[in-house]
Design a binder for this molecule. Sequence first.
Ligand code: DOR
Ligand code: ZN
Length: 332
Amino acid sequence: MRLRKFDDMHLHLRQGEMLKLVLPYTLSQCARALVMPNTSPAVLTASDLTNYRSEILQAAGSAKAGFEPLMTFKITPACDSSSIASLKSAGAIAGKLYPDGVTTNSEGGVRDFRALFPVYEAMQEAGLVLCLHGELPGAFSLDREEKFLEVLQEIAARFTRLKIVLEHVTTAAAVACVSALPANVAATITLHHLYITLDDLLGDKLNPHNFCKPVAKRPEDREALIKAATSGSAKFFFGSDSAPHSIEAKECACGAAGVYSAPVLAPLLKQLFDDVGSDQLENFVSRFGADFYGLPVNQDFIELKEEEWLVPEVLDGIKPFMAGSRLRWRLV
Ligand code: DOR
Ligand code: ZN
């Protein structure tokens, strides 16, 4: 069966060797991807952004013609509203705000969300999207997302023309909050949060490959995410948050947060929407995100075959999501 290519509206591609290893999986399924700026060093300036885009396109090689990296910059406490115009000129379409210490490469991140009002203002005027990692630093880990919702509501109330995306929502509370806010506020939903709950991380033996931020929550939260993704609300669209880390970085005493889902996106999303009986897959993965960002719908297609596919245990030293599972669909 033919499927329109996805827009992955939240993706970690990394740099260097890792970028070269993981990018082909995105190229094979996605026409565009919103590339996260929490690289090391981070994407902070217009020249960082230009260099990172070049590195991505170079890694894409001959496939680059069929792929558009959508670029972002990292909003830190030092971010100055005067830098927004040059970031936009360099091609940024969004800025990503990382609260302090809540996830990979977020050290020294934001604690005073109000101090950045001038930055949000400049972004609103420039038509840039504000992407929020929605977790409140210092709160109990399972409550971090819910406690952040007040911050979201305050920013949305003050900047009524600013497009805001609450990234990778994991709770029924976040779904309800985003649903109740005006149309300029949307949310991304990952593949893995549609499949796993906290039990898949630590209910039995510890499985560090299902450890990500925000951490997967309760079964009823997962149900709310499935409903939001499959029911055809334009406020919820796909962002994989595929976040590769080496096996060594995951299976250790200080394991990194991140689920590497890029290799299995299309087969697993097709399976989930089929199981739910939803015809909204194309809207979720290829239309609502593009509409929100003001992009034309992509015109590329992939082919899926209904044929059992065993997800490899390891791909280039990284464990993919659902490693070792048998899936119903495979990418042709
Ligand atoms: O689990 C995560 N991993 N969540 C994030 O927000 C960042 C990501 C990463 O960069 O590894
Ligand atoms: Zn992310």
